[in-house]
Design a protein around this ligand. Structure first.
Ligand code: SAH
Length: 350
């Protein structure tokens, strides 16, 4: 079965040719899908006969328009953040309907969405809720796009920024992420600027230079969370496979090749990685590199038993980095009252 939201205009053109329709229908359908229509009946510039033909093909199970099912919507009482639970269309290999979370955030400079890239995650980071049930499956490009279109439709607001920082490891689903970004960037669709998109990885090293080549304008964030292998391996299993030295070599190369800075995410965990000794070690590791450190006060996930650093410690850590000429900021916490903050998104719901 073809999900039309997975197809770019060239592929849609081939699809229309295959059902003996002119290829120019591709652009019309792509535009409608990007606007968030949920039925062929709404595609008013298509001939009625074609709309009916597509409806019949959908009824017969040959294709899907990529329906958007909002299962749950939670509004933060404090900061305008909205968390959505989307139900994906059941594919033949799904035992039951899969649901994924996305978060809509309002900032001074525009509206932002945090999308999920996988149903679950297999990276196993000790502090994160998204990995608790393991990986169920990768999301297709259309299933990621559907989150953006679905949130735009539900809120009536235009999305200006996308961060791929929800559930999942984007570089573990690399091909679909590249495709999604190209779909969302297409001027005939949502037309988002590459520079307004950020991909966050826990450090799948071999993909970093692919990303530099395939999407040099898209922002890269790397979840570091520790300045040495001992601490990092104790909270991020991926570090056993790709230790910090290898990660840093590729990160430096990335900045040289693209001329763009990397954002390093560092969640401060009380008594684990938040000492001034670690701030010094981090400053040494990043010295002279085109980068920025984003300090995240750890968000609570009850199962992990880890707690966030006290505010005073966060400020001390920040001041120490700054004194060592590392640019750093503390990430503003949004949506923690609805479990929508970093690391709090999860796959299964009660
Ligand atoms: N897999 C990707 C993207 C998803 S996580 C990655 O690892 O980068 C987005 C960010 O939230 C990552 O930096 C992640 O390490 C961080 N994070 C996870 N759990 C967190 C928690 N409980 N508190 C604060 N940040 C957390």
């Amino acid at each position: 079965m073809i999900n039309l939201r997975d197809l770019d205009i060239t592929e849609l053109g081939k699809f229309f040719k295959s059902i003996r329709e002119p290829a120019f229908r591709a652009k019309q359908v792509f535009e409608w899908l990007s606007k968030g229509v949920d039925s062929f009946a709404e595609m008013s510039n298509l001939p009625k006969s074609l709309r009916e033909k597509l409806e019949r093909a959908e009824e017969d199970g040959q294709l899907s328009i990529g329906h958007i099912h909002i299962l749950k919507r939670q509004n933060s009482a404090t900061d305008g953040t909205v968390k959505f639970l989307f139900g994906l269309e059941k594919t033949p290999w799904d035992k039951e309907q899969i649901a994924v979370e996305s978060v809509f955030m309002k900032y001074k400079y525009g509206n932002s969405i945090c999308v999920s890239s996988q149903a679950g995650c297999r990276m196993g980071c000790a502090f994160c809720a998204s990995t608790i049930g393991g990986l169920t499956r990768n999301l297709s490009a259309g299933e990621i796009l559907m989150q953006v279109i679905g949130v735009q439709r539900a809120t009536g607001e235009k999305i200006n920024h996308i961060v791929i920082m929800g559930t999942g490891e984007p570089f573990d689903n690399y091909g679909n992420i590249v495709k999604f970004i190209n779909l969302v960037h297409d001027q005939r669709g949502l037309g988002l600027s590459m520079r307004n998109i950020t991909v966050s990885t826990c450090g799948l090293v071999p993909k970093i230079m692919d990303f530099a080549k395939d999407l040099p304008q898209v922002n890269l964030a790397v979840s570091l969370h520790a300045p040495n292998n001992e601490i990092r391996s104790s909270i991020m299993p991926i570090n056993h496979r790709y230790p910090i030295e290898e990660l840093m070599v590729k990160c430096r190369k990335y900045t040289e090749v693209t001329g763009r800075r990397i954002t390093f995410e560092y969640a401060l965990i009380a008594g684990k990685n938040d000492g001034l000794e670690q701030a010094d070690e981090l400053a040494g590791l990043l010295s002279g590199m085109l980068c920025h450190v984003n300090l995240i006060p750890l968000n609570e996930v009850s199962e992990t038993g880890l707690s966030g650093s006290p505010k005073a410690q966060v400020n001390k850590f920040l001041a120490r980095l700054e004194s060592r000429k590392i640019t750093a900021t503390v990430r503003r916490e949004l949506g923690s009252d609805i479990d929508a903050a970093c690391g709090q998104l999860r796959l299964s719901h009660n």
